[in-house]
Design a protein around this ligand. Structure first.
Ligand code: SR1
Ligand code: MG
Length: 408
């Protein structure tokens, strides 16, 4: 009997090689394989297994019993089932935008999938000031299809409720409830605040009761609005990219929540890239050019989402009452409002909370980093408070540009 059938254990590189040779049939039986752990996320172990001679490789991703970032987070390895199943569902809904899954192993809590090493992690590429002209088009196709086609507007309601059951993800949702909606908005011991930013956070966020009330409303929206099957963690570190291809990875936070959660995460993380460019590009012309591309991309993410939402709505709405005049605009308006609010929470939590983004922490000049952090916090707060008024990508960008002028 193989050690891989006797019970779960966390694998090291040597175990993964053994696993690839004895359990999988992805490689020739005489192939010489190598294995390297390449994960740099907060939660899991990611191994690349290669047959260099044949030019073949796969990824084996295993969920450990706690998060890599801190063993305070005990998270069930069952999240690997959620990830494997949603990747297969997303492949059916939005073909070409996620890696192919070859196998899910419920004993070892690992999945075997396509290696995307011809792509790069988008956050890193944006920090090197690379442009991706098709990104807005690709990500809005992915989001509209995965979000709308899993909603009650377009699905049989009983089948949708089965998906809600299957993708109930309490532990990972709890991480989001704490890290995104709660801890950034008070002086939580688990926060990790850059000292020059602390005073600003105390004054502008932690003591603003009107803001706190709005974050409470948003947290309850997140916990109770089972609108769409979300990716749940759609930041630029969850996107593999090359100029003509965009692949969304790491959907282990998937669950039924407000559709604007995914859209808002994409927008906030593009804003981090925008502030990284503001702080790190020396040459003025290059800065204007790169920020201009990011600005256009942010605008297009919101606006193409709206266009594609309208097209899909016309083609795929099955629910009778959703066809009543005006309901489409009401529904879309709510998603745009939630997008603004979630972008706001993400902008605040990545600055003050435990899980930062490199776009900001890698800014070496400490004054420039402090300025970038204050801009992100102020934009975040404005997005939350003004969410009913922000209707387009241009509205979002004018908030960002106003704060860049105000914060010196
Ligand atoms: C304990 S996990 C911290 C963060 O990493 C993930 O990517 C999610 O964004 C989560 O909030
Ligand atoms: Mg992740």
């Amino acid at each position: 009997m193989s050690k891989f059938t006797m019970g779960y254990f966390t694998m090291k590189e040597a175990d993964v090689l053994d696993y690839a040779t004895t359990v999988l049939d992805c490689f020739d039986s005489h192939a010489v394989l190598s294995c390297k752990e390449i994960g740099d996320g907060n939660l899991n172990y990611v191994f690349r297994v290669m047959d260099e001679k044949a030019g073949k490789s796969i990824i084996i991703k295993q969920a450990g019993p706690c998060a890599r970032i801190s063993d305070e987070f005990k998270v069930s390895p069952d999240r690997n089932r959620i990830e494997s199943e949603i990747l297969q569902l997303q492949h059916r809904l939005a073909e070409g935008f996620v890696p192919r899954v070859f196998k899910y192993d419920p004993i070892m809590n690992c999945c075997v999938m396509e290696d995307l090493s011809d792509h790069v992690i988008m956050r890193r590429a944006l920090m090197e000031h690379k442009k991706f002209p098709f990104f807005a088009d690709h990500i809005t196709t992915f989001m509209t299809k995965t979000l709308l086609l899993t909603s009650d507007v377009m699905m049989d309601h009983k089948a949708k409720k089965e998906l809600v059951k299957n993708f109930t993800n309490p532990e990972l949702c709890e991480i989001t409830e704490d890290l995104v909606y709660t801890e950034p908005f008070f002086d939580c011991p688990r926060n990790d605040v850059f000292p020059p930013t602390r005073g600003y956070a105390e004054k502008e966020l932690w003591s603003d009761e009107a803001l706190l009330l709005e974050t409470a409303k948003l947290k309850f929206e997140f916990m109770t609005n089972a609108q769409s099957l979300l990716h749940g963690d759609l930041h630029t570190g969850s996107i593999f990219i090359k100029p003509d291809s965009t692949k969304v990875i790491d959907p282990e936070f998937a669950f039924y929540g407000p559709a604007g959660y995914d859209v808002g995460n994409v927008i906030a993380n593009l804003i981090f890239a925008y502030e990284n460019a503001e702080a790190t590009i020396e040459d003025q012309q290059e800065k204007i050019d790169y920020k201009g591309w990011l600005e256009e991309t942010i605008i297009q993410v919101m606006d193409l989402f709206v266009d594609k939402f309208k097209e899909l709505w016309k083609e795929h709405t099955t629910e009778r009452t959703a066809k009543y005049k005006g309901f489409d605009a009401y529904y879309l308006n709510n998603i745009i409002r939630d997008t603004a609010a979630v972008a706001g929470c993400e902008l605040c939590r990545r600055i003050l909370g435990i899980a930062h983004v490199k776009d900001i922490t890698a800014i070496e000049d400490l004054e420039k980093r402090a300025r970038a952090e204050k801009i992100c916090l102020s934009v975040g707060k404005t997005f939350i408070l003004q969410r009913e008024k922000l209707k387009s990508g241009r509205d979002f960008m004018s908030v960002v540009k106003d704060w860049e002028v105000k914060i010196k």
